[in-house]
Write a protein that binds this ligand. Structure first.
Ligand code: CA
Ligand code: CA
Length: 304
């Protein structure tokens, strides 16, 4: 899907095994495009940059809410790529309540950002992504424009890559659990970016890390292994900065004393038909605005 200066809403669509020669295996957003992807699954897509999603915007705000990015691959940004040397104005991409798992790249296992684009990552869970330069996130020439809140980066892989790799960039990291970070304070690994406070470096205590999508093998359902145990240090450890009013399953945020870290808030999961959008299930569960959703689509050429 190419969004050139257009802003569709794409709800509960699955993008599976698409391929682009250059940027954005499944989706490319250009110019002023400000699409909303809600409850979508991006799986097994590939490209040179942005295995699933490319964001080359000049002033747009592509939003990914409650989306699952899994097993996508690229040279840069296994799941998503953000670049815009001529970005102006406000906005910028936002990833909220998203799960990134099993994405791989040479640089930025899940996310690669280049250029000073004000990208926000809030309430996201990154596990088992892989890259030698930024196991989960690679960030270059973006100054301090990338901001991460209420997110978990845990057991991503790479040698020797840390979870976040920066080059001429100092992202703001606040209220995140990041493996190897040292946590907020004197032990904080300054190479990861600015310590915005509230950061942790301890076992997040997932319900079942070995099986991120749970027994039903579907992402964003009630049995997911990346939900939090009651004794998880991530429970109530977040900030309201940029936080959404519900999690990837439709659980109301904040529940209890505060916002939980990662894509899942501990709390009652709303029943289907309760008015809360249900998580994506199956392939092409629903499409809006006349957009075609297909199980497989192969592109070639420029990727545009
Ligand atoms: Ca599941
Ligand atoms: Ca909570």
């Amino acid at each position: 899907m190419l969004n050139e200066d257009v802003s569709p809403s794409v709800v509960r669509c699955n993008f599976v095994q698409n391929k682009a020669a250059i940027n954005g295996g499944a989706v490319s957003n250009h110019g002023t495009a400000s699409p909303l992807f809600s409850g979508c699954v991006f799986e097994g897509n590939s490209a040179q940059s942005g295995g699933a999603a490319d964001n080359e915007i000049t002033s747009g705000s592509p939003r990914y809410s409650g989306c699952t990015f899994r097993s996508n691959r690229a040279t840069q940004g296994g799941a998503a790529y953000v670049h815009a040397a001529f970005f102006r104005g406000e906005g910028g991409p936002a990833f909220t309540n998203c799960v990134f798992t099993g994405n791989t790249a040479q640089q930025g296992g899940a996310l690669y950002q280049s250029d000073p684009v004000p990208t926000t990552v809030v309430g996201c869970t990154f596990v088992k992504n892989g890259s030698d330069e930024g196991r989960a996130v690679r960030n270059t020439f973006s100054a301090g424009t990338l901001r991460l809140f209420d997110s978990i980066l845990w057991q991503d892989t790479g040698t020797p890559g840390p979870e976040i790799s920066n080059e001429q960039s100092r992202p703001l990291v606040s209220h995140c659990l990041i493996q190897g970070s040292g946590g907020s304070g004197s032990a904080w690994d300054q190479d990861l970016g600015q310590d915005g406070g509230g950061n942790l470096d301890t076992d997040p205590r997932f319900v079942g890390l070995a099986d991120p999508d749970g027994a039903d093998n579907r992402p964003a359902t009630a049995d997911d292994g990346l939900r939090l145990r009651a004794n998880s240090p991530c429970v109530d450890a977040g900030t309201s900065e940029g936080a959404a009013g519900q999690d990837i399953l439709g659980v109301r945020r904040p529940n209890g004393a505060g916002f939980d870290l990662g894509a899942y808030e501990r709390g009652p999961i709303p029943a289907p038909g309760s008015g809360v959008p249900a998580p994506a299930v199956g392939v092409a569960a629903a499409c809006v605005l006349g957009l075609a959703c297909s199980r497989r689509r192969t592109r070639s050429g420029s990727g545009r």
